[in-house]
Ligand binder design. Structure first.
Ligand SMILES: *Cc1c(COP(=O)(O)O)cnc(C)c1O
Length: 355
């Protein structure tokens, strides 16, 4: 049986959080002399930013909850996904004692955050098909394992992780959180339901999503974390009080009124992803274009380093993953605009003919 209290670091349970001025008085009318703000205004012509933002981001959560099929109390918003990644480790892992399990090749921040917190990072590589090596994952998990990180669709490989395998990990890891990072979920097939639909079933499940990809708001730095009310309460307890700025909150709220535009951009990106994949497959320098459920393609070339450098010479910048285990010879290419993708293909074609 999973028990959150037993996997938290002991001092977290007795922590007294920072109590902000805006926590002690929550009305909106009145003369606010409680937070040492500048009552006169702001030194920018862009608007008034002199008041601290809502520490609980209630307006966003109220609008986001029905879109995601969860309650407000099941949502944590972070300064990018980076913030919940760090907070989940800090809440559960005793430095020098506990461990996390990651499944490379995968997103780099899990390991960086583990290292930063002086927490052992156990690596169980994905199979050659970029799926879980289930027996190895299960045997890597011990009583000191506090977080298992599963990225689906995975970065940099682009594929979904088999839900049946994730279920096995969720069932087996009764003294750990299992985080499913769904940063690219909007680009996955319509048959794939978000793991947010499974939160009631698995008290150890945490789902990460972000405004940085499908919503096109990477500059705002806004990550979403969905989990049980109890897990979310802990994250809110330990977060910096004003972690989401007022402009970010206002712009995110506006974005949530534009769900149709997001859908259209996702559809356009998927159409471009197919066109780009076809164009790449026609090139003689390309060995393999991996199937993708994300907004990028992992592509294996005959000589990835040479292609990467020649692309840079033409001011086309992609991500060189050729030194990453299981991604040997591969570049990761984000889907661009039609014109950007045409340019990429044109440069690759000229490289192929040695022009
Ligand atoms: C891009 C990405 C994120 C998003 O990170 P933010 O800090 O929210 O911008 C999260 N996880 C993965 C796997 C990603 O590739």
């Amino acid at each position: 049986m999973f028990s959150l209290a037993s996997i938290l670091r002991p001092h977290i349970l007795s922590l007294t959080p920072y109590s902000s001025a805006r926590d002690e008085y929550t009305g909106t009318e009145g003369v606010f002399l409680d937070a040492n703000e500048n009552a006169l205004g702001s030194t920018t012509s862009a608007g008034r930013y002199n008041r601290y933002p809502d520490p609980h981001q209630t307006a966003i959560k109220t609008q986001l909850a029905p879109i995601k099929g969860v309650t407000k109390e099941q949502i944590f918003l972070g300064n990018g996904s980076d913030e919940p990644i760090d907070l989940l480790i800090r809440a559960t892992c005793r430095p020098g004692q506990d461990n996390i399990v990651i499944l490379p090749p995968t997103y780099g921040m899990y390991e960086v955050s583990g290292n930063l917190n002086d927490v052992e990072v156990r690596k169980v590589p994905l199979t050659a098909e970029y799926q879980l090596n289930l027996p190895a994952v299960l045997s890597a998990i011990d009583t000191y394992t506090k977080v298992v990180w599963i990225c689906s669709p995975n970065n940099p490989t682009g594929n979904l992780i088999d839900p049946a395998d994730i279920r096995q990990v969720l069932a087996a890891a009764q003294s750990a959180l299992v985080v499913v990072d769904e940063a690219y979920i909007d680009f996955a097939g319509p048959d794939y339901a978000s793991w947010t639909t499974q939160l009631a079933q698995y008290p150890n499940l945490v789902v990460l999503q972000t405004f940085s990809k499908a919503w096109g708001l990477a500059a705002l730095r806004l990550g979403m974390c969905f989990a049980s009310v109890d897990i979310i309460r802990v994250l809110n307890l330990i977060k910096p009080p004003y972690n989401i700025s007022a402009p970010t909150q206002a712009l995110a709220l506006d974005a949530l009124d534009h769900v149709a535009e997001k859908k259209q951009m996702v559809a356009d990106t998927l159409a471009e992803r197919s066109r780009l994949a076809e164009g790449l497959r026609r090139l003689p320098t390309v060995q393999q274009v991996f199937p993708s459920d994300a907004n990028f393609l992992l592509v294996r070339f005959d000589d990835a380093n040479d292609i990467f450098n020649q692309l840079i010479d033409s001011q086309v910048i992609v991500r060189n993953r050729s030194a990453v285990t299981r991604c040997e010879g591969c570049l990761r290419i984000s889907v661009g605009t039609p014109a950007e993708n045409d340019r990429l293909l044109a440069v690759l074609e000229s490289i192929a003919v040695g022009a």
